[in-house]
Design a protein around this ligand. Structure first.
Ligand SMILES: [Zn+2]
Length: 203
């Protein structure tokens, strides 16, 4: 008599397994893509920058993955280039957003060397990124001695002004790290040169 409910349970379990397999996962944007890479600034950390022309405390929107200038940046997943930004000064603004045209969400690959980006990705309307590991451009030289050269990797949503010239902009919508596979640390962490902030002037 209880064989029918038992069968229903099995069907439900099968559906759960399918959902788990389809959970979004993106590869690391550098070779080897199947291994984690060092991250020196994470999502939500305090950051310095500029806001409306003044120095300001900012919310860090992405992962800073330090790599030497010229290192090839690879697509973590296929998609469409839904945004490209060519501002070269500051270099912070130069990069690509690859994702879904249907949802306008994707991943931003920031601080790229503009000249290194394949032209078809920067044409109006974008182009398709065919496969995981496709070359997107090279890491730019960072114009500061305080920070190393790095890729800014962020989970973002793109929006477009409803009126001409239909300027596009983007905002961070979450922690890109939560989408990366693998997300395990391969090295034992260590603390280096920790200093507690005080209100006293530096010696
Ligand atoms: Zn950053």
């Amino acid at each position: 008599m209880h064989s029918r409910p038992f069968r229903r349970k099995l069907v439900a379990l099968g559906a759960l397994v399918v959902i788990a397999e389809e959970a979004p996962a993106i590869r690391w944007p550098f070779e080897p893509q199947e291994s984690p890479h060092a991250v020196y600034m994470t999502y939500g950390q305090h950051d310095w920058g500029w806001y409306e022309g003044r120095p300001a405390n900012l919310f860090h929107p992405g992962l800073d993955i330090p790599k030497p200038a010229g290192e090839p940046v690879l697509a973590g997943e296929p998609g469409w280039v839904i945004y490209s930004s060519e501002f070269r000064a500051p270099v912070q603004r130069c990069g690509l957003i690859v994702g879904s045209r249907a949802t306008s969400t994707g991943f931003a690959y920031g601080h790229l060397d503009w000249k290194s980006i394949p032209e078809r990705f920067t044409q109006p309307g974008g182009d398709t990124v065919m496969y995981t590991g496709e070359f997107l451009g090279k890491v730019a030289r960072w114009p500061s001695y305080r920070d190393p050269d790095h890729l800014e990797f962020s989970r973002v949503k793109v929006s477009e002004d409803p009126k001409p010239p239909y300027r596009k902009s983007w905002i961070a919508i979450g922690n890109a790290f939560l989408h990366l596979n693998p997300d395990t640390d391969s090295q034992q962490p260590f603390l280096d040169k920790v200093r507690y902030p005080t209100n006293e002037p530096e010696a």
